[in-house]
Ligand binder design. Structure first.
Ligand code: FDA
Length: 301
């Protein structure tokens, strides 16, 4: 019911505008989004660092429709890298290729990614290319692979275990020495391309995480699922990995208790910190994902 209502709200521009100004939605937003400005994103990273957590900052936005928007998104990333460096923060960036023009012109997207990667390389930082809906998977991996050849230590990718193709992609990317963030997958996908049952997705994720931990370079396991975290810890211990050979990643504002308990046990944990004026879409995504948890968190606050 709540999911249906939110889907309707998000389609109607004027309702969206009204909803964005309600205290309920704005209150919810600042649990999952650092703020509208880059300064607020950096401030969140500073606070996370003080608690022993690392950050990956994400300027919210996807599917830009005009070239200047793609260039502006890359400019924002470049500025953010410079500010992270100046402030001495332990923070990376996460970026979506449709935000820098993948829908418009893959050449533009490649050029803008390269511009961001050159800055990241010069400043000793790192860019994680987020993975979007399945029609983009092949092209995202192709662009990533070219970037990886030029910047082996500066760029990493995300793979989604819910896609039927992912095990083959995982093996190929591991063989290339790619740094991989493994996730279950966050979009609606058809049964033709993806596992649809939660049990199947969970099983695929556990299998992939074991493969990644055994074979991958600096693997990142991104989940809030305690069973998956336990399994990763178990496999890492069996393999004799050092605590900082792997990294756990979680979304800002989600399962902070789990993140902090891992930090206390000496593991690396990175929080994915979204910021920007398009926070509305991101927050609705969180509420759709788990309305119970999100609204309960709100009540408890
Ligand atoms: P699961 O879905 O089983 O969730 C476990 C519990 O976590 C839920 O019961 C709920 O309580 C809580 N939870 C999970 N997600 C939540 C949310 N958004 N809001 C509130 N509560 C939530 N996906 C993708 O397709 N491409 C990408 O690039 C990324 N990048 C990414 C980075 C990082 C750091 C994380 C943690 C996740 C992503 N994802 C992603 C999202 C991922 O694919 C997946 O949708 C979510 O992480 C939820 O899956 P879990 O593994 O947490 O398990």
């Amino acid at each position: 019911m709540i999911r249906k209502l939110l889907a309707t709200v998000s389609r109607l521009g004027w309702v969206r505008k009204a909803a964005m100004s309600t205290p309920l939605l704005r209150g919810l937003a600042w649990r999952f989004v650092a703020g509208e400005s880059q300064e607020e994103g950096l401030e969140a990273a500073r606070r996370l660092n003080a608690r022993g957590l690392r950050a990956t900052l994400n300027f919210i936005g996807t599917h830009v429709r005009r070239q200047p928007e793609a260039i502006a998104a890359a400019d924002t990333a470049v500025r953010c890298l410079e500010r992270i460096h100046a402030a001495g923060l332990e923070a990376h960036l996460s970026m979506k290729l449709t935000q820098i023009g993948l829908d418009l012109d893959p050449g533009l997207c490649r050029r803008e990614l390269e511009r961001v990667l050159e800055t990241a390389h010069a400043l000793g930082n790192f860019i994680r290319v987020d993975m979007e809906e399945s029609p983009y998977t092949g092209e995202t991996l192709a662009i990533f692979q070219e970037a990886l050849a030029r910047h082996p230590d500066t760029v990493g990718i995300v793979l989604q275990s819910y896609l039927r193709r992912t095990r083959a992609d995982l093996e190929r990317m591991v063989a290339l020495g790619a740094r991989i963030r493994l996730v279950k997958g966050g979009y609606w996908e058809s049964g033709e391309v993806a596992f649809r049952r939660k049990a199947e997705v969970d099983q695929a994720f556990l299998g992939d995480l074991e493969y990644l931990l055994r074979n991958g370079r600096r693997p990142a396991i991104a989940t809030h699922d305690p069973a998956a975290v336990d399994r990763a810890l178990q496999v890492a211990e069996q393999l004799g990995l050092a605590k900082d050979d792997l990294e756990f990643q979680m979304l800002y504002g989600v399962r902070e208790d789990l993140a902090e308990s891992l930090v206390r046990r000496g593991y690396r944990v990175r929080s994915y910190v979204p910021y920007g004026s398009h926070w509305y879409e991101y927050v609705l995504g969180c509420v759709r994902k788990d309305p119970g948890q999100v609204l309960q968190v709100r009540k408890a606050s």
